[in-house]
Design a protein around this ligand. Structure first.
Ligand code: NAP
Length: 461
């Protein structure tokens, strides 16, 4: 047998694996997209519609029948219809008895109704086995095949067998079912698509607040102060100089804020002598959005890199260099190389490059496709050990930036220190406290507490 014929054999359809017919109520956008995908995956599809006339939009291998006729042809019926039209199902209750009804609907507002759409469907057709699924997948993604971002399909329902049947279909479509439990979870699943970056809210609002604060701070120090005292117009600093001050400041502060809650949690656990008491809500929420804080920090660090790369082509910088050279020529005097300055400048750059490299590494390992491929220990090693090393390097980069003027009172303007000095407060605090926590007298009890030991056990035998 030649190679080609064996391939043809392998590709021939396996008739013994014939899939069961799936019925879809509703020939709207989602119904058609799902029907199309089901047919591609080998499922016979029958549509239940108010109009049995077929159209060019409906997949050509599908049948279009009345709701009652279509329901009789399949054990699974996907309801691709908005909740407000569900009452047409009540007269069909007898036909739908014992069938698996898949509710895929979404609402326009979070908690729009007292009960979830799936629970409402179960009340309307009490004899049916209702399963919630597919509501987080968009019709467009199904049709175009661009499902990378939303491969997960949340499934919930009270009947295990019905849920299993739906999860088999989900898998056959190349998607990943995630069992969320009973139908009680439906309301939460219906709220998912309505949430607007819930974990990103805090990092973004915090970043906006910090941007506003540091923008005005730098504006006062770098633009208004020279204007008032030297009558110099440095307003063009807003475009690059001030932006390139704010970006590294935010990157450093946000990176430190990724590690601050862990340090606070350790202090709380040491103080309480147990890990079995809940952290305050604000700390819990803060811990949950650490990844997003880190990614926003990485975005600011990347912007800082870009802004830094354009420094040599800035007109102001070129003017300053050329006027410095010309004044040396006019005075017939050259300045000797200041090796201390050269050291400071090279160390500053080296620390920044290494810090940014580790920052990018942290960002890459936080991507699900990468973090799913490392074990828990490896993930913790990268996010904790390398994370702290990144914080140390970036903090040192900022300190060395100050060079000889670091903490010098002459750099104050209107009693305001340079903005980079303010940015060091949180990272230095985190690093000092972390350093103290590493001492054996604190690290040992903390490790014991995290392994379940309690200073004053609540439930002593
Ligand atoms: P759609 O394009 O408006 O289609 C809804 C279909 O429902 C209509 O085509 C119609 O089908 C049927 N219908 C309308 N009024 C009806 C009535 N009074 N009685 C009986 N059937 C009626 O909506 P869709 O975008 O496909 O969405 C359908 C459901 O899927 C919604 O619950 C939505 O929340 C959910 N969903 C949609 C998407 C999406 O990307 N579109 C994603 C996830 C979930 P016939 O004309 O064939 O009867």
């Amino acid at each position: 047998m030649n190679k080609n014929s064996s391939n043809i054999m392998a590709l021939a359809p396996n008739t013994s694996n014939k899939r069961e017919t799936v019925c879809i109520f509703g020939t709207g956008d989602f119904g058609r997209a799902l029907g199309h995908k089901l047919i591609q995956s080998g499922y016979p599809v029958v549509f239940g519609s108010r109009s049995t006339q077929t159209s060019s939009l409906i997949p050509k291998d599908a049948e279009v029948l009345s709701h009652a006729e279509a329901a009789q042809k399949a054990a699974i019926i996907i309801i691709a219809i908005q909740r407000q039209h569900y009452n047409f199902l009540t007269p069909l209750a007898e036909i739908l008895h014992g069938k698996v009804l898949v509710d895929i609907s979404n609402n326009l507002k979070i908690n729009q109704y007292p009960e979830s759409n799936a629970e409402y469907l179960a009340q309307l057709v009490p004899g049916a086995k209702v399963v919630k699924a597919f509501n987080t997948v968009s019709a467009w993604a199904l049709q175009s095949g661009t499902l990378d971002a939303s491969r997960q399909v949340f499934v919930c329902g009270d009947d295990m067998e019905a849920k299993q049947m739906v999860m088999d279909i989900v898998r056959a479509l190349g998607l990943t079912p995630l069992d969320q439990g009973s139908l009680l979870a439906a309301q939460e699943i219906e709220n998912y698509p309505l949430q607007l970056f819930p974990m990103w809210k805090f990092p973004i609002l915090l970043s906006l607040g910090l941007i506003a604060f540091f923008f005005f701070y730098c504006l006062i120090r770098d633009v208004i102060y020279p204007y008032v005292y030297e009558n110099k117009d440095y307003s063009f600093f807003i475009a690059i100089s001030i932006a390139n001050r704010i970006c590294p400041i935010l990157a450093l502060i946000l990176l430190a804020l990724v590690y601050l809650p862990g340090v606070l949690a350790a202090i709380i656990q040491l103080y309480r002598g147990t890990k079995y008491r809940r952290f305050p809500d604000w700390l819990d929420k803060w811990m949950l959005c650490r990844k997003q804080l880190g990614l926003v920090a990485l975005a600011f660090a990347s912007l800082h890199v870009l802004y830094t790369l354009v420094i040599p082509i800035r007109s102001f910088v070129r003017w300053r260099i050329s006027s410095h050279i010309i004044s040396q020529v006019l005075n017939n005097k050259t300045e000797p190389l200041d090796t201390t300055n050269a050291w400071l400048s090279d160390s500053y750059l080296a620390l920044g490059i290494l810090g940014f490299f580790l920052f990018v590494l942290l960002g890459i390992t936080s991507l699900p496709s990468v973090s799913n491929n490392v074990n828990w220990r490896e993930f913790r090693f990268v996010q904790s050990k390398l994370g702290y090393l990144t914080l140390v390097l970036c903090t040192a980069h900022t300190m060395v930036y100050g060079g000889k003027w670091f903490l010098s009172p002459s750099s104050y303007r209107w009693y305001l220190p340079s903005a980079y000095m303010l940015s060091l407060i949180i990272p230095c605090t985190v690093l000092v406290v972390k350093f103290v926590l590493v001492f054996p007298c604190l690290d040992k009890p903390l490790t014991q507490i995290r392994q379940g030991w309690e200073r004053n056990p609540q439930y002593s035998e």
